[in-house]
Every structure is written in structure tokens, then in C-alpha cells.
Write a protein that binds this ligand. Structure first.
Ligand code: NAP
Length: 271
């Protein structure tokens, strides 16, 4: 279904390049059908050389005749870029935007046409194919569009589809920003290990792999995290003392508040 589609990525930066790379690696799109644009000519040349694809500085020229246009630019650039391309965009094209805090309605209105727009919120572990992406369809999207977006983001991790776009703010705050919260947890557990005498490199490995393993246990067993925690916690054992310190430090409330506060910020920016 996909290999013959022509895909244009506007903004081959961190996220745009990740998607480009995975589409090539997973043979989702033929190289001759893939193109990308950047703001700076030097960067465009570099991408062209690295991936052997056609790159552009002129977005209008690039999107002509493409089936899927991925907007991977910063949110503040969206309006300007859409103004640039809207004259040549047609209703047979699908637009996928990964810009944070930018609604499908906003994009549809900027385009002033009945264009299919899907909003996607990926996260940085997509770089190593362990991403979490949430998709939300705009008003003119049909099932075939969703399938194409599922293929693109499914190649870099797990994907979920939601219909209520207002939930994209909490998605941004949870899985979009989440890697940053998790790095702090890894860093802190490492510090604990170092404080008690472990070499730093070893402590970091133990922390990171423990988070990875625990996360996989939740995903693969489907068990409630509380039950998995209970299975590690022997009466009067070691773990329960550690847990008591976590509760004393308010770890649960802190994490709940982090997601709530970041959701509010995403809402504020969206407005
Ligand atoms: N990073 C994340 O964790 C994450 C997660 C989810 C969603 N997002 C969203 O993904 C989008 C991109 O983020 P990023 O982290 O990948 O940013 P980034 O690394 O700064 O990439 C942005 C790219 O856009 C290019 N660009 C700027 N203006 C352009 C224009 N007029 N035409 C074509 N290309 C243009 C830049 O080109 P030059 O390099 O030549 O300047 C750059 O390569 C943002 O909207 C962000 O909200 C990011």
C-alpha cells in the first residue's frame, strides 16, 4: 500500500530525520519517493548526501504531487509554512503534523481547504524504535489515512489513536515529555548507587536496565504495577524500606503534579 506513495517531510530535524530514517530502513517508502526540506541549504545538502534522497529549501516546490506531507517543524513555524504551501496543496493529499500544541482545526483553517490532517505526538525514543506515538484524526480523515499514519509511526514504536483531541495536551505532558522525567529518575537512582559505593557506570546501567525491565513487565504481562511491586516486596525485607522513603518524599504526588502542570502548560501554549 505504502511503497508507491510519495512522502515529503517538511523539517528534517531531530524528529523529521528519525521518521525519514525509519521509513527508509523499514522499506515503507522508496527512496525516490521520499523528500525532505530544511531551513538551511547546507543542512538540506547534508541530508540529501546521507540518505540519498532529494531535498529542498522551497517547501512549495517539494509538496507538489506528493501523497503525504509530514510537518515536522517547530510549532511557531507552522502558520508561516502553511501559508507558503497552501496554494499548491490539494484535497487528495494527507497532512500529518507532529507539532506540539497545534490542533488539526488550526491547520485545517490555515489551509482553507477540506484537507485530511492527522495530528501525531511521538517521543524521542522513536530514535531507537522504542517510541510512543498518539495519533488524533482531524475532521476530513478516513480509515486509509489512519492506516498510513499507523504504518509510519508503528515503524518507530507503539502507536495509539485517540478521537478526543483535547486529550493531546495530556499526551504531550505524559509520553511526549515523559522521557525527560524518566531520565531524572535514572539519574537519581544512579546517584543513590554511587552514594552507597557503586562505580558510576555500573550504577547507571543497573538503573536504566531496571527501568526498562520493569516497564516491559508492565507492558508484556498486562499486570497492574501495584501487583508487580508487591511481588518484589518481601515482608520486613529490603524493598519495603526503600518504598517507605519514596512515599515519604512524595514521589507519587510529585509525578502526578508533573503531568498535571505540563498538561496545563501545553493547553496554555495551544491557546
Ligand atoms: N523532540 C521531541 O521530543 C518532540 C516530540 C514530539 C513532537 N515534537 C515536535 O516535532 C517538531 C520538530 O521538533 P524537533 O525536535 O525535530 O525540532 P528540530 O530538531 O529543531 O527540527 C526542526 C527542523 O525544521 C527545519 N525548518 C525550520 N524552518 C523550516 C522551514 N521554513 N521549512 C523547512 N524546514 C524548516 C529546521 O531546519 P534547519 O536544521 O536547516 O534549521 C530543522 O531541521 C516540533 O513541532 C515539536 O513540537 C518533538
Amino acid at each position: 500500500m505504502f511503497t508507491n506513495k510519495k512522502v515529503a517531510i517538511i523539517g528534517v530535524g531531530k524528529m523529521g530525520e528519525t521518521l525519514l530514517n525509519s521509513m527508509i530502513k523499514n522499506n515503507l517508502v522508496k527512496k525516490e519517493n521520499l523528500s525532505g526540506s530544511t531551513a538551511q541549504e547546507e543542512h538540506a545538502k547534508e541530508i540529501s548526501k546521507k540518505y540519498d534522497i532529494r531535498t529542498y529549501i522551497d517547501n512549495k516546490e517539494m509538496v507538489l504531487g506528493k501523497d503525504i506531507i509530514i510537518l515536522a517543524i517547530k510549532p511557531q513555524m507552522i502558520k508561516r509554512v502553511i501559508t507558503e504551501i497552501k496554494e499548491v496543496v490539494t484535497e487528495r493529499q494527507l497532512i500529518i503534523s507532529i507539532a506540539a500544541a497545534t490542533s488539526t482545526k488550526f491547520i485545517e483553517e490555515c489551509l482553507e481547504k477540506n484537507i485530511s490532517v492527522i495530528r501525531a505526538m511521538p517521543n524521542t525514543p522513536a530514535l531507537i524504535n522504542e517510541g510512543m506515538t498518539v495519533l488524533c484524526p482531524g475532521r476530513y480523515v478516513d480509515k486509509s489515512h489512519i492506516h498510513m499514519a499507523l504504518d509510519i509511526f508503528g515503524a518507530v514504536g507503539l502507536v495509539e489513536v485517540i478521537q478526543r483531541e483535547e486529550l493531546m495536551d495530556v499526551v504531550t505532558a505524559l509520553s511526549g515529555s515523559g522521557p525527560a522525567y524518566t531520565y531524572i529518575i535514572i539519574e537519581s537512582l544512579t546517584e543513590g548507587g554511587v552514594r552507597m559505593g557503586l562505580p558510576r557506570e555500573l550504577a547507571q546501567k543497573l538503573s536504566a536496565q531496571t527501568l526498562l525491565g520493569a516497564a516491559k513487565m508492565v507492558l508484556e504481562t498486562g499486570m497492574h504495577p501495584a501487583l508487580l511491586k508487591d511481588a518484589v516486596t518481601t515482608p520486613a525485607g529490603v524493598t519495603v524500606d526503600g518504598l517507605m522513603e519514596l512515599e515519604d518524599g512524595g514521589i507519587r504526588v510529585t509525578l502526578i503534579k508533573a503531568v498535571s502542570r505540563a498538561t496545563e502548560k501545553s493547553k496554555e501554549i495551544s491557546r
